[in-house]
Structures are given as C-alpha cells and as structure tokens.
Design a binder for this molecule. Structure first.
Ligand SMILES: [Zn+2]
Length: 448
C-alpha cells in the first residue's frame, strides 16, 4: 500500500496566477479538432500539444490496493487547496500556444497618417528609425534614402532627416515636422536606434563610416548632435545592433563582427570572424545581438548562426558557431523580439519565408524553429509586440498585415506609387513607417 501525502507533486496543476499585464486568451485544447492554420507548415509544426487547461495526461497506474478511508481523508484535506488554486484561474498559455490560438480577436485599427517626401534622383532604398517618445505617445522619426551601389559611393550631398511630432492644438493630432537635415559623407545604408537609450542612434555609410548621433532637447527645442564618426576599416556595415547601452555590434559582408564601445571614446573591444563550419568564410547580411556574449548572424546563402563568446578577456577570440535552421535564400530581416516573456529571434529571407526561433529551447535545432510562415516576396518585415501580426510594405504605399495564427491577410490601401522596401514599427507599437515609394514615405497609425 502506497502512502498518500500532502506534498505537492513536481508537476503543478495550476500555476500561480499570471502577473503579466496582458490579457491571456484561452481555448479549449482538450478536444484538439481544430484544423491547422492554412499557412503554417505542418511538417515543422513542433509545438508540443500539451493540454494546459486540464493537464489530464494519462498515467500508467500500477494496480495496487487502496485504503479507501485514508484516500477520502486525504481528499478532504487537499480539496480546499485545489479550490483556491482553481479560483486563481487556469495555467497561463505559453507564447507558442498564443501564437497558434484560433481566437477571433478584434482587427487592428490601422490608418494611413502622413506622407513625407524625400525626392532624390538616384536613391531608391528607404531607411528609417524611431527614437524616443516626444509628445502624445509619438516618437521622433529619422528618415533617409540610399542609392544602389555596384562599387563605391559617388553620391554627394547625402543626409539624414529628423522629424519631430508637433501637437496641433487644441486637438490630440500630431504632425511630423522636419527638424533638421544632417549631411553625411556618403549614402547611409543602415539606421538603428539604441534600445537602451532611445535618443541615441547610429547610421553607417556605404564607405564604412559609423555615425553615432544623439537627439537632445534644449529649452523645449529639439536638436541632434553628432557624438562619433569613425571609419570601421571593415568596409560597409551589413547589420548593426546594440548589446548594451554603451556598445554597438556591427557585422560586415566579409564575415567580421566587431563590438565597439561608445561610452567615453570610440573603441573596438572585440572582433570575431564568423566562418562556415565546413567551407569557411561566409557573407554576412544581418545581425541580432542576444546578449553581451552571444549574437545571431544571417548570411547571403541563407545560413543563420548562433555565435557565442564567453571569453570576455581576449581582444580577438574564437567563437562557438552553432548553425540554426537555415533559409533557402539570403537573410533580409533579422531581429529579436520578446513575446509573452519569451525571447525569440525572427528571420526572413529574400523569398519571404519567415522563421520564429526559440534559441533558449532545450530542443534540437529543428525544433527550436517554432514557426514558419511563407509570405511570398515579402522580405522586409516587422512583428507586433504581441507576436500575433506581421507587417510588410505593400505596393503603392499600402501596408500588408498578416495575422500569424490564422493566416488572414489585410491590406491597408495607400495612395503612392511603386513597391516599398523598408518598414519600421515604433517600440510602443503605435506607429509604422514604410518606404520608399517614388520618393515618398508613408506613416501609419495603429489605434491603441
Ligand atoms: Zn551612394
């Protein structure tokens, strides 16, 4: 006869009530008869179908004789505890389950807001970045354009433009007004805001110069100061990210990744050469910093590598390079996103195939890719903060919105000309800018 005890088992039936602010949606997963979303690839649908609501896993119970009276006493004691747990609600769903939920949620309310023109004869690539909030939940916007370069940059009179949102009294409307045009030495190819300190932002030129700027407010007037401008000696910057408030990580087409300190002076702290484990040097196209010691790079051949360096003392060090599930085409978008408390890396290739990777899953490499979405010919994407929607620039100034969990697509009409090649979503999730459409950028506002 087995002894019954009051101790809680290792598997908690009802976890403590969610402390998060977000509303968690639930569905009855106990039936499991819903069809899979049409755009999800069933072949790599790797989520464990654990039943978070009831957790009625079948146990193989060995046949033993029970003391019925003892069992009844134990149930009597344990019942109030179970009841109080029940009142706190069911186990919150994990982010994977939320990503796959079939709940019919309210549509996002997205409106075209403002058009900004930056006319230039040669420049057909748009770039942008959102800075800190300036007024009325609206951040400062930085825009620029770039030409296509076969070789070096011969374009003179290149610049970035900074726009501040001005509140139109007495309404709550804001209008983006040009604050400043800042000349640059050559075409700017990357623009990125420091996520730890959103008044700091960086831009790199085709010729390998890295600018660090700071947005400042003096006597209620905004201004932008140049903090550093340095040539990085590795050619142009393919991708840029921020491992900490005072550090910039750059990756270069020749396979080098450099970590720069921008705290007091501009210093190279470390550099690494990313190599294909079997055939050598790779062409890097993008980078996402995960922590001070690890990052993910995307390559022109579609490969993705999780690189880890724990040796903090050495200047130039070897890194551990772990191949991730690779794309078939060049990686065009790569960024990290925290969705429901889980840090995910999202990648997209030239063909429009999107992966969500869970780097910190203990599963093997293939199972770390928790979601695969084909979005044909979309290669610049943004993901909403709840992980439920992907945004892409459409044609003629329109915005495409894909609902991840049911594949539904929404198109918000634009009134411009051409096909967009850039998108940036503001950190507060309320503003999207896409471009460039024959010299025009289009801003959208998402209702909160
Ligand atoms: Zn140029």
């Amino acid at each position: 006869m087995e002894d019954l005890s009051d101790f809680t088992s290792g598997i908690t039936e009802f976890l403590p009530y969610s402390q998060g602010k977000e509303q968690t949606t639930y569905r009855d997963t106990s039936t499991g008869t819903d069809p899979l979303p049409p755009l999800l690839d069933k072949a790599i649908e790797t989520n464990k179908k654990s039943d978070a609501q009831t957790q009625t896993q079948k146990d193989t119970i060995p046949k033993v004789d029970f003391d019925v009276q003892k069992l009844a006493q134990w149930l009597k004691r344990i019942y109030p505890l179970v009841e109080s747990e029940l009142q706190k609600g069911p186990t919150p769903l994990s982010s994977e389950q939320i990503l796959n939920t079939n709940e019919n949620e309210d549509e996002l309310e997205i409106q075209p807001y403002q058009k900004i023109s930056i006319k230039s004869k040669d420049n057909h690539q748009g770039l942008s970045t959102w800075l800190s909030i300036y007024t009325n939940n609206t951040p400062v916007l930085v825009l620029t354009t770039c030409a296509v370069h076969d070789d070096w940059c011969e374009h003179v009179e290149q610049s970035i433009k900074v726009y501040i949102p001005k509140r139109i009294s007495p309404s709550q409307f804001v209008v983006f007004q040009e604050l400043k045009t800042i000349p640059t030495k050559a075409c700017i190819e990357t623009l990125s805001t420091n996520p730890f300190y959103k008044d700091i932002f960086a831009g790199s030129t085709v010729s390998g110069d890295l600018y660090i700027w700071k947005f400042v407010t003096n006597k209620h007037q905004g201004d932008v100061e140049e903090i550093f401008c340095e040539n990085l000696q590795h050619g142009s910057v393919a991708g840029l990210d921020w491992p900490s408030a005072g550090r910039v990580l750059t990756c270069h087409a020749n396979g080098w990744v450099c970590l720069w300190s921008i705290e007091n002076q501009f210093l190279k702290e470390r550099e690494f050469l990313v190599k294909n484990p079997t055939h050598g040097v790779v062409e890097l196209t993008s980078i996402a910093s995960i922590s001070l010691t690890d990052f993910v790079v995307g390559c022109a051949d579609g490969a993705l590598y999780h690189c880890n360096n724990t040796n903090l003392r050495a200047y130039q060090t070897d890194i551990e390079i772990v191949p991730m599930k690779n794309h078939k085409f060049s990686v065009t978008s790569l960024f990290k996103k925290e969705i429901c408390g889980k840090r995910l890396v999202i990648s997209c290739d030239l063909s429009g195939e999107v992966f969500f990777h869970d780097l910190f899953s203990s599963d093997d490499d293939d199972r770390k890719t928790i979601l695969r979405i084909p979005l044909p010919f979309q290669n610049n994407i943004a993901c909403s903060s709840d992980g439920k929607h992907i945004f892409c620039p459409g044609i003629d100034g329109s915005l495409n919105v894909y609902r991840i969990y049911n594949g539904r697509q929404l198109n918000i009409k634009g009134a411009l000309h051409g096909k967009g090649n850039m998108i940036k979503l503001s950190d507060n999730g309320l503003w999207i800018v896409i471009g460039i459409f024959d010299g025009d950028f289009q801003i959208f506002r998402i209702a909160n």
